[in-house]
Write a protein that binds this ligand. Structure first.
Ligand SMILES: CC(C)(COP(=O)(O)OP(=O)(O)OC[C@H]1O[C@@H](n2cnc3c(N)ncnc32)[C@H](O)[C@@H]1OP(=O)(O)O)[C@@H](O)C(=O)NCCC(=O)NCCS
Length: 201
């Protein structure tokens, strides 16, 4: 799937000693596609970088290190990409990865009432690309995939101290249904569990 997005650019020009700030819009062609095993290395780097950018300021170096060691490496992401109970979507600007989302089937917390639940395990966009609609494109790709997989409810856990992500999910119709513990290194953190029907009325 290829999506057109515009990027705002400010160009500073110096003409006859006067500074002009010109505002341009650049059309970008972003692609959302499923990951293959050959993406594992780049995905592991993207996943670790975006996790650190999001949470490093609010957590200890030791907890961040422990979490990253246990969660990100070429081998770990390769096994996630090839896991039949997971799907990984990548968002690309030409050949640069700018975001990703991972879906997973299996266990769900008891507060998620569903016949066939699925989880958005991760959804991360590179910092410079926030607010440009990439997360929305990835979310739409996830919902389409889940329709095809006949999941009835999609759920996720989001740290209670992550207001931007919570707002984003609410915008997509997720509501709070409970909570669970997410161990970040040695720190048991409170995640809000949010859910919505895959097909909204
Ligand atoms: C969460 C994330 C995927 C959302 O992507 P995004 O490109 O920032 O999303 P959008 O800009 O389209 O939407 C963000 C919405 O959050 C809200 N928002 C934006 N900035 C906000 C802020 N500083 N504080 C609170 N809410 C904010 C708004 O409701 C906004 O919607 P609006 O533009 O219609 O008002 C992205 O910010 C991200 O990758 N964050 C870091 C990783 C992360 O936290 N992942 C989720 C883990 S559960």
């Amino acid at each position: 799937m290829t999506i057109r997005r515009s990027r705002d650019l400010y160009v500073v020009l110096s003409v006859c000693g006067l500074i002009h700030v010109r505002y341009l819009k650049e059309v970008l062609l972003l692609t959302v596609r499923k990951a293959t095993i050959s993406d594992a290395k780049q995905l592991s780097q993207l996943a670790e970088q975006t996790f650190r950018d999001t949470f490093a300021a609010m957590n200890t170096v030791e907890d961040m290190e422990l979490h990253c060691q246990n969660s990100y490496s070429e081998n770990i992401q390769a096994s996630e990409i090839s896991n039949p109970n997971m799907v990984t979507f990548l968002s690309e600007d030409e050949d640069r990865l700018v975001g990703f989302a991972q879906l997973r089937w299996g266990e769900s917390p008891s507060c998620v009432l569903a016949q066939s639940p699925a989880e958005i395990q991760r959804l991360y966009i590179v910092k410079d690309w926030h607010g440009k609609g990439i997360a929305q494109d990835l979310m739409k790709a996830c919902l389409e995939e889940l329709k095809g997989q006949r999941a009835d409810v999609v759920w996720l856990g989001v740290w209670e101290r992550n207001p931007r992500a919570i707002s984003f999910y609410k915008k997509f119709g997720f509501v709070e249904v409970g909570e669970h513990v997410f161990p970040l290194g040695s720190d048991p953190q409170r995640d809000i569990v949010m859910a919505r029907p895959v097909i909204s009325s």
